[in-house]
Design a protein around this ligand. Structure first.
Ligand code: HPA
Length: 272
């Protein structure tokens, strides 16, 4: 049961932040599940039976992603027998947006009627037992960005079950059914845009983080605050800094992400 939402808790934002900008037929489409795609995972969209698209640029207030590997549109369609809306591309703090703007896509999904959201990302693995090329189910997070999308409103929202327990169970079962390795752990979200130093990766380990990235944590906070059910999946694209002698590069992150998109699809089709 999802609690009714009072959008006035969103600080200075008007209650109808996006409603007037959204085509009625897309709201009427009634997407059940929102899927936010991380770097290199754009190929998932090709497997969606697409019915409509909505470029972010056509919605006032939605920032346009400026990073290679991030398009900027919502794709409406069907994945299996579920009505989904895929957010192809997201914005990041490191592009210069504030936290409220970074989470605008989530508020827009909510305005479209979405109440369940799957956040995906590419991440470095800081856990020696979680090899790159695998997926990690996010069961909790460390917001190390020193900001929040809820700034501007005095709302003290419970985050103790930020990642929906029911979905965690469902994804575990789906992975087991597929015989697929699905690690589970804590995602640490940092500001970026530079990759971490080895000392920062050791810090994240000490704090309890398993995977490191530059997205997701603010979106998860926003979604949780709106009463949405949140699932999170990290594509472990590389060993985090200092865990191996090699240097990190974005091209490698994109490549591993593209290779892992197929297993994500299988997992989603089974879990959803
Ligand atoms: N660190 C931060 N963000 C990332 C990484 C990483 O190692 N890999 C993919 N995104």
């Amino acid at each position: 049961m999802i609690a009714p939402v009072n959008l006035s808790i969103m600080g200075a934002l008007p209650a109808n932040e996006f409603h007037s900008a959204l085509p009625a037929e897309l709201v009427d489409f009634g997407p059940e599940i929102g899927l936010v795609l991380g770097s290199g995972l754009g190929s998932i969209v090709e497997r969606v039976d697409m019915e409509a698209e909505l470029p972010y640029a056509s919605v006032a207030g939605l920032p346009q992603p400026g990073v290679p590997g991030h398009a900027g549109r919502f794709v409406f369609g069907r994945l299996g027998d579920r009505r989904v809306v895929v957010a192809e591309g997201r914005s990041h703090l490191y592009e210069g947006h504030d936290a409220v703007r970074v989470a605008a896509g989530i508020r827009c999904l909510h305005a479209l009627g979405v109440r369940k959201v799957v956040l995906t990302n590419a991440a470095g693995t800081a856990n020696a037992d979680f090899a790159p090329g695998n997926w990690m189910l996010i069961n909790d997070q460390l917001n190390l960005t020193a900001t929040s999308p809820l700034i501007g409103g005095g709302n003290f929202i419970d985050m103790s079950k930020i990642y929906c327990r029911r979905w965690l169970k469902r994804f575990r079962e789906a992975a087991a059914g597929l015989g697929m390795t699905l690690h589970e752990g804590v995602y640490a979200g940092l500001l970026g845009p530079q990759y971490e130093t080895p000392a920062e990766v050791r810090m994240v380990r000490v704090l309890g983080g398993d995977a490191i990235g530059m997205s997701t944590v603010l979106e998860a906070i926003q979604a949780c605050a709106l009463g949405m059910e949140v699932a999170g999946l990290s594509c472990l694209t590389n060993w985090a800094s200092g865990m191996r002698p090699r240097e990190l590069d974005h091209g490698e992150v994109m490549q591993v992400g593209a290779g892992a998109a197929d297993s994500l699809l299988q997992l989603l089709e089974r879990a959803l």
